[in-house]
Ligand binder design. Structure first.
Ligand code: SAH
Length: 482
């Protein structure tokens, strides 16, 4: 670490910005936001600075730079358009013991300005020691997205309650325990959700409650969609809840990268099917979910795709509702949507496809799906759970009047590094699936709009995103006959 991040108290301190252009103006704005009393040294000012000067918000010293600084200046920013002059200002400031930032010149600066996420009083500074400012900006916007909007209010409220908590708990250890539980518990949940009144009520109850106990946690069940695979497709809400969960129940379709959004201390329970072992029954999962929430834990039931599309999330929500326990449901990008986007299949397409059906091709006991209804359902069909059943799907489609030359696509491991997409027709789908050994998880798309994938496929997995997938332009594409 070549630079130590510190937070300077600039309130009412005299700071000098040398330069009168828009770059100088940006620095002036930043310093003023931190409460500094700012002077600008420059023969001329840009419009923005002119306005500030006229409004009495900055002091304009209408002069050119001459080597020594007034002793009241505590910090200087060299922001003229002349690099050499800026460096000179930096050296002069250094020799006079004044903190100096030289814009765009890491080496000549005693301090550099980080990218800032400002949710005051929570402030996050990101620096790259001047090596990659654009990267710092990108990290900043990621943090902006990830950080709950109300986190500043959470911190401010904690600050207002600090004295009360100090009075309530004598020992430092107890206070620390209290705050640890506080930021992780229902009062913080209320504040983050903007429920100020509930937060105050809960806090009052806490402070008159049993002095030895940390805040009671109110259990809640979160039924959360993890998206189709690419961790970047996980919603912000899912990430925020994962970061707060005490328990995470997950299954096979949820990747490690997505699980990494959860706290390391959370308890992870695998409830899916492992090779060779039997899956936990749905009834057992429902019971586990209810039990854990009843214990006062925040349980995140994480599911591939969307929880309410072939995810049995409905049954789990019902189990919680029947038990009278609170729950939330967070949508996810379902596999058919994710796979269509990443394989270049417009599920609806003007003048080609005006409706889309999500259906499962899985046989349920002896009863097959109602093919007549599925086929009638939409111009584009997206079939889940069909890979083991391609011959039967083909037979049913043909039997119910779907033309043999209708385009078909298989998208396997959609949105992940391992994505494969193959194009064919209803007629060729069985031989294609067999030859290419299509395996679960995959979506089978059927319909005229599917043909667009031969032009629109843009994703080829992993770091080579953007290259055309070989399979679409190689052999498989030749199977499209229209
Ligand atoms: N709730 C999930 C669906 C679970 S059912 C969702 O909304 O996506 C399991 C089926 O989903 C699999 O058999 C497969 O058809 C589909 N599936 C899930 N993930 C997939 C992926 N990454 N690529 C292709 N299909 C996927």
């Amino acid at each position: 670490m070549n630079r130590l991040p510190i937070f300077l108290n600039l309130i009412d301190r005299h700071c000098l910005v040398v330069g009168g252009g828009v770059v100088a103006e940006r620095k002036v704005t930043l310093l003023r936001r931190a409460g500094a009393s700012v002077s600008v040294l420059s023969p001329e000012l840009c419009n923005g600075l002119q306005d500030l000067a006229e409004g009495g918000n900055i002091t304009h010293i209408s002069d050119s730079y001459r080597q020594s600084f007034d002793r009241r200046f505590w910090l200087v920013v060299a922001a003229t358009s002349d690099e050499h002059l800026n460096r000179e200002i930096g050296a002069d400031a250094e020799s006079q013991g004044i903190l100096c930032n030289v814009v765009d010149d890491n080496a000549a600066s005693t301090f550099i300005l980080p990218a800032i996420v400002d949710r005051s009083p929570v402030v996050i500074a990101i620096g790259t020691e001047g090596t990659a400012p654009v990267l710092a900006q990108q990290l900043k916007s990621r943090i902006e997205q990830w950080l709950p909007r109300q986190v500043g209010e959470l911190a401010a409220q904690a600050g207002r309650w600090r004295e009360l908590v100090k009075k309530r708990f004598d020992s430092l250890t107890m206070r620390r325990r209290f705050w640890q539980a506080f930021f992780d518990g229902p009062i913080a949940d209320h504040l983050l959700a903007g429920r100020q009144r509930e937060a105050e009520q809960a806090m009052r109850a806490e402070l008159v409650g049993n002095c030895d106990s940390a805040p009671a946690t109110a259990g809640e069940g979160w039924i959360v969609g993890a998206g189709p695979g690419d961790p970047d497709l996980v919603t912000l809400r899912a990430q925020q809840l994962l970061a707060r969960a005490d328990v995470v129940l997950y299954d096979r379709l949820v990747s490690q990268e997505v699980l990494d959004f959860a706290r390391k201390e959370a308890e992870f329970i695998f409830v899916g099917k492992r090779a060779g072992a039997r899956a936990m029954s749905q009834q057992a999962i429902n019971t586990l979910l209810v039990e854990q929430v009843r214990k006062g834990r925040r349980v995140c039931r994480l599911k591939g795709g969307d929880p309410f599309i072939f995810g049995r999330g409905g049954e789990e929500a019902l189990a919680l509702a029947d038990a009278g326990l609170p729950f939330q449901v967070v949508p996810g990008i379902t596999a058919a949507i994710g796979g269509a986007a990443y394989a270049g299949i417009p599920l609806t397409l003007r003048n080609v496809a005006g409706s889309v059906t999500f259906a499962t091709a899985r046989l349920n006991g002896d009863e097959g799906p109602d093919w007549a209804r599925i086929v009638r359902g939409g111009d584009t069909l997206a079939l889940y759970m069909g890979t083991g059943n391609v011959a039967e799907i083909r037979r049913q489609l043909l039997h119910h009047g779907v033309a043999a030359e209708t385009p078909v696509a298989f998208v396997e491991n959609a949105t992940t590094d391992a994505q494969r997409s193959l194009l064919g027709t209803v007629s060729s789908m069985q031989s294609l699936a067999a030859r290419e050994n299509i395996e679960s998880p995959a979506i089978i798309y059927i319909g005229a709009a599917v043909a667009a994938a031969s032009e629109l496929a843009w994703f080829s997995g992993g770091s080579t995103a953007g290259r055309f997938p070989a399979t679409l332009h190689g052999e498989a594409v030749a199977n499209v006959s229209m």
